[in-house]
Ligand binder design. Structure first.
Ligand SMILES: *[C@@H]1O[C@H](CO)[C@@H](O)[C@H](O)[C@H]1NC(C)=O
Ligand SMILES: *[C@@H]1O[C@H](CO)[C@@H](O)[C@H](O)[C@H]1NC(C)=O
Ligand SMILES: *[C@@H]1O[C@H](CO)[C@@H](O)[C@H](O)[C@H]1NC(C)=O
Ligand SMILES: *[C@@H]1O[C@H](CO)[C@@H](O)[C@H](O)[C@H]1NC(C)=O
Ligand SMILES: *[C@@H]1O[C@H](CO)[C@@H](O)[C@H](O)[C@H]1NC(C)=O
Length: 433
């Protein structure tokens, strides 16, 4: 954690790796057995196509008993899940430490100064070690995100608050060299820990990077401002990860916002509105991000209900299901143009009837266009911790043995919805031969 000497340390690390691993961009060299690769718009595993349905579960490394971890992986395996996406971060403030210890909360980083401390103990990275190891036992590969645009379970705002100080905007995360060095120091810890593991599917630079988060954005961050902070950050961080690990795939973890010269529009309240998912307002430029040499595949997310509160108002001219199909189509086109795979990495709608109605269409369309899907979020039943009831953090809790539900969890007892995904997993398995 040599924060004061970031560039010297980075250069030294890169040189050392070059000696050991050859040129930094040796991603073309044959990867070890069991590593997923990208070929054109498809994934491959050991020379065969690798099509999949995945699961999102940020709470899996927060479980405290091996029995519950095993049980969750068993139900994922039974559902045909091949890829798990979870957080490779869990950071707390020093002021939260006593409570975290007492409640059994998982934490990897503690912030009590500009320099966080790492927790490699049994309540720390050993829990992540265990999740990654157990995943392999059930034939599941893991996507790990290094930090979060949002405050939940730690994330960018902690780096900003402790290193740059109060009063700074969210986007300083992408440009302040001290913050970048601190982020890279954590990234190095995680990548070095698991870089030889075939249980890792991919590294993800950030969950849902945007110019603003819980803090507002400054004036120069978005592509329209000319700053292109996210593009530059994705470029240098993906190059950095590649210098540490020549073989695992690297992706952004972004929501998939486009920066089109002529963004899509829609009618709202009798006005034609420029659609922020296509006008670069959030900070991403999907096409250019995907073209970066060390971004191996792209992710996108899909939440029209929360993205468009105006959706059901009179005068709006689109539906949740229809908007999603258009969003999927535009990403397919972008993936084809870049000749790289795309993953519909998070999506959700509220309400059981909505889920059944909308997911049927989205999942079928994704299958028809042959790309991987990961619904938000996997639901486990029958967890036993603290008798099946345990508060994790915030409002998250296991209730009667059910994993946390933000209204989007999908449990096996909701058979109409569950079956959409188990059916899709069978289709994907057929394609993976
Ligand atoms: C962390 O603690 C600092 C100082 O105690 C506080 O200002 C900040 O809001 C906290 N940040 C988060 C994300 O909890
Ligand atoms: C955090 O720092 C403050 C001030 O230096 C100190 O009083 C406190 O004990 C520290 N907390 C932890 C958890 O290290
Ligand atoms: C809504 O209206 C705009 C502008 O006429 C049009 O471009 C867009 O395709 C429409 N959306 C839908 C879903 O019909
Ligand atoms: C179903 O979707 C509609 C349209 O977004 C929304 O208004 C409604 O609240 C949803 N139902 C539930 C139970 O969440
Ligand atoms: C499924 O399990 C969840 C979590 O325990 C519960 O809230 C829900 O009511 C159950 N649904 C059905 C259809 O049994």
């Amino acid at each position: 954690m040599l924060f004061s000497l970031p560039s010297a340390f980075t250069i030294l690390a890169v040189c050392l790796l070059r000696v050991v691993a050859g040129p930094a961009s040796s991603s073309n060299a044959a990867p070890p057995r069991g590593f997923v690769t990208a070929r054109g718009t498809k994934f491959e595993l050991d020379g065969k196509p690798f099509a999949f349905v995945g699961a999102n579960s940020y709470w899996l490394p927060l479980l405290t008993t091996q029995a519950d971890v095993e049980h969750t992986f068993q139900s994922m395996q039974a559902a045909g899940v091949k890829v798990l996406r979870t957080w490779g971060f869990n950071a707390i403030n020093g002021s939260e430490l006593a409570g975290a210890k007492e409640s059994g909360l998982t934490y990897y980083q503690v912030w009590n100064s500009s320099q966080w401390t790492l927790n490699e103990g049994p309540q720390g990275l050993q829990r992540l070690d265990n999740v990654i190891e157990t995943a392999g036992k059930y034939g599941i590969k893991v996507i790990l995100a290094f930090t979060n645009n949002w405050v939940g379970y730690g994330g960018m705002e902690l780096y900003i608050n402790w290193i740059a100080g109060a009063g700074n905007t969210h986007d300083v995360f992408y440009t302040d060299p001290r913050i970048i060095a601190s982020y890279q120091s954590y990234v190095r810890t995680i990548v070095e820990r698991y870089k030889n593991s075939p249980n890792i599917f991919a590294w993800e630079l950030m969950n849902e990077a945007r110019c603003s988060g819980d803090l507002p954005s400054g004036p120069s961050c978005t592509p329209a401002s000319g700053a292109e902070s996210l593009l530059k950050w994705y470029k240098s961080q993906s190059d950095f990860v590649r210098s540490l690990d020549p073989h695992h795939l690297i992706t952004t973890g972004g929501e998939g916002h486009f920066f089109w010269k002529k963004p899509r529009t829609y009618w709202f309240d009798s006005q034609l509105v420029s659609d922020y998912n296509w006008n670069g307002q959030a900070g991403e430029d999907f096409d250019r991000n995907l073209a970066l040499p060390n971004i191996d595949f792209a992710t996108y997310h899909l939440y029209p209900q929360t993205w468009y509160p105006e959706l059901d108002t009179p005068g709006s001219n689109f539906s949740v299901a229809g908007w999603g199909l258009e969003w999927i189509n535009d990403h397919i086109k972008a993936g084809n143009k870049a000749n790289k795979p795309i993953v519909l990495e998070e999506f959700g709608v509220s309400g059981l009837d909505n889920k059944t109605h909308v997911y049927t269409q989205w999942v079928q369309h994704a299958l028809d266009t042959k790309h991987a899907i990961m619904p938000w979020q996997f639901g486990a039943l029958g967890l036993t911790e603290s008798g099946g009831n345990r508060v994790i953090k915030y409002a998250d809790a296991l209730i009667n043995g059910a994993s946390p539900n933000d209204g989007l969890a999908i449990y096996a007892n909701q058979t109409a919805v569950w079956n959409i995904f188990t059916h899709a997993a069978k289709v994907q398995a057929q394609r993976s031969k």
